[in-house]
Design a protein. Sequence first.
Length: 276
Amino acid sequence: MSHDAVSAEPFAQHLVRWHLTPDGLAITTQSSRLLPVLARGRPAMLKVAISPEERAGAALMAWWNGDGAASVLAHEGEAILLERAKGGRSLLALAMGNQDDDASRIACRVAARLHTPRDRPLPDLVPLDIWFAELWPAAARHGGVLGRCAEAARTLLASPREVGVLHGDMHHGNVLDFGEGRGWLAIDPKGLRGEQTYDFASLLCNPELPSTRDPVRLVRQAAIISEAARLDRERLLLWALAYAGLSAVWDTDDENPTDADLRMPRVLANLLGHQV
């Protein structure tokens, strides 16, 4: 992620169309470009997608209509205008400041709102079996713990429970404090569909937490999340194992994952007694 001075593109046409005023430095990520703006005096964030994944996420944000997620003020093509988070709290800071349990419960409450069915047509969503496609060839090449991750994923995908809309990247950095009257809300969904337990795997395995691979922390947070979200604890850990394998494949620069890449899958496999 980088912060840059405002350039004419890709924001210019949207600034004019939606009567926006730049209010900070532009932010560039691998999948989008963002610019803090004022929309008729209201703090907002202009986001322009540069990947199909981001465009799908924008459609899902619009579908949520501000319930559990940031409100969409405008949406056209690759651009979306969102309310801006103005609260002073950070879910990651809570988790790192001896309030990990509270942070997990907050994220679970937000996820519950996102998972609630709506009486309107769904946007196009990516099925979880498609989302996991990159895991299968990697597991076939390397076996070992990646093979166990793939086995867990196949078992879970073959018999899904409580299928619905998924955020797809429900970690601490994607649940923000929007201040008084709005509270904690989600941003940056991937736009998936599948078993809703999957959404809690990234919360359990967030690599930004220094303690994320601590088996004691994993066991405790699995219990906290399972209770708060009314999940089967063993199934949550299996989804976490499947997710950790997929994440390791994504994080690998070449076709040979390192020991560091596979550390999280190994910790989870050990917790599950390799019975996956």
